[in-house]
Design a protein around this ligand. Sequence first.
Ligand code: ATP
Length: 200
Amino acid sequence: MFVIGLTGGIGSGKSAVTALLGELGATVIDADKVGHQAYQPHTETWQAVVDAFGTDILQPNEEVDRRKLGAVVFSDPKELARLNSIMHPRMYTMLEVELNEMRESGVEVAVVEAAILIEAKWTPLVDEVWVTVADPEKVVERVKQRSNIPEEQILSRIKAQMPQEERIRHATVVVENNAGLDELRTKLQTLWDTRVKGKG
Ligand code: ATP
């Protein structure tokens, strides 16, 4: 099985590229969803998070309240590092299990879409790292259209993330996404035909 790790900054087109790869025949894992699963009540990861942050960060149904947890960790880098040290290795294992199941069931091409693929040190799970990049003006325009977040907030999120140049340093493939969706589709078709097809 050939495994692509897809990452990129906020609004750079990760989901768009993942959807196109799905259309071309890849089986997709969304790391966000794996994170949500890990927060389900009474899983081992849930317990570790509760042990570290207390029951105040839970919803009445005992699921982790991501907003409350976010408020704790995003105001204090030490707390964020603590949460990451709980989540990242456990999510690595969960992703590994899921990939192994896919491998055993005969999947030929898998995509792991993960905004923090590099930061969380998940790259050993993938054969190639693909990075989506778009100019900040494009990102602002697209994210605004998607969710009405104010421009300053989008720009500060871009700044808070790993710098684009650093992400590119880890990339096997850089998918530039400044043009329209038709161009992106054509680009992905070419990448599929030249780099992916037949590798599974
Ligand atoms: P995030 O990390 O914020 O979830 P992302 O990297 O997954 O973002 P997308 O959700 O794929 O990015 O793209 C951001 C927005 O821009 C979406 O609404 C998407 O439909 C739109 N978009 C992506 N690529 C293009 C494009 N080439 N042309 C026009 N719109 C695009």
